[in-house]
Design a protein around this ligand. Structure first.
Ligand SMILES: [Mn+2]
Length: 277
């Protein structure tokens, strides 16, 4: 049995299949972890969802910001963007089953034996693994509950706070959701810059969320993540593995085998579906 993690697929079905063939992925034996952003921007969101859903327990996917954006649209909330390319999903005859599947994906996955934790974007420097799990679990229960559409509506009307609101504030849930699905740069005290995409931080106090000296979660696990195509593959550190190598932008789709001492990286070149900018 092998455990693979793949970067942001974003509807790029053909590169995904090519990559899985390259490593002889067998769903009867192996496991495929997806770092989220399964859909959108690329050409074949529907095919990607059908395929991943068909893998059953062999696929473990966490939710990314694009997946949440689709849930918002399906809930009748949120602004659509001209750049959205998941109409095929919204118009599919089995749309309801696909949305049900998607909203039951976790925001955080942790495998104790492998010592890997997976999120779409990042973790707060002050969060222990346990705290991150509690925060993620709270959001997962909202998304999986009967009132998920109401939650999506609220989400689409929320401006994420830069720092963690005090306990008891409902915006605390949305802050945690933003950390898990949008994090890139933050200060060591956990002030996040949600807009910053470039590879240079806006101020010297800001660093990638995983690059601060004190990271509470670091003693409990390593983190595999995606979301940051501009930064690209980050495979030279012991405690994190960044797998978004910009597939949909004409970069590569990257897969890492996790059940070995050092992750083994495989990738395929992708055709650009989106222009950078
Ligand atoms: Mn993302």
């Amino acid at each position: 049995m092998a455990v693979y993690a793949v970067g942001d697929i974003q509807g790029c079905y053909k590169p995904l299949k090519k990559l899985l063939k390259k490593v002889a992925f067998d769903p009867a034996r192996d496991q495929l972890w997806c770092v989220g952003d399964l859909i959108n921007r690329g050409p074949e969101s529907l095919k990607v969802l059908h395929y991943l859903k068909s893998l059953g327990g062999a696929c473990i996917a966490v939710m990314g910001n694009h997946d949440l954006h689709l849930l918002e649209q399906a809930a009748g909330a949120g602004r659509s963007s001209e750049r959205d390319t998941f109409d095929d999903v919204l118009r599919a005859p089995d749309r309801d089953e696909l949305i049900e599947w998607l909203r039951h994906r976790p925001l955080l996955h942790h495998d104790e034996n492998l010592n890997w934790c997976m999120v779409h974007a990042g973790l707060h420097p002050a969060w222990t693994l346990e705290k991150a799990k509690r925060r993620a679990g709270k959001i997962e229960r909202k998304l999986q509950g009967d009132n998920w559409k109401k939650f999506c509506l609220k989400l689409s009307n929320t401006r994420f706070p830069a720092t963690e609101p005090p306990k008891g504030k409902s915006r605390r849930t949305f802050f945690a959701l933003a950390v898990l699905t949008y994090a890139r740069y933050c200060t060591w005290t956990g002030s996040f810059n949600w807009g910053a995409v470039s590879i240079k931080p806006a101020s010297s106090r800001q660093r990638p969320w995983f690059a601060h000296k004190q990271l509470a979660w670091k003693k409990s696990c390593r983190v595999v993540y995606g979301h940051w195509a501009a930064k690209g593959l980050v495979a030279n550190q012991d405690h994190v593995l960044g797998l978004d190598s910009g597939c949909v932008w004409g970069g590569r789709l990257t897969l890492a085998r996790l059940d070995c001492e050092t992750p083994e990286i495989t990738s395929v070149k992708c055709k650009a579906c989106q222009l950078i900018g």
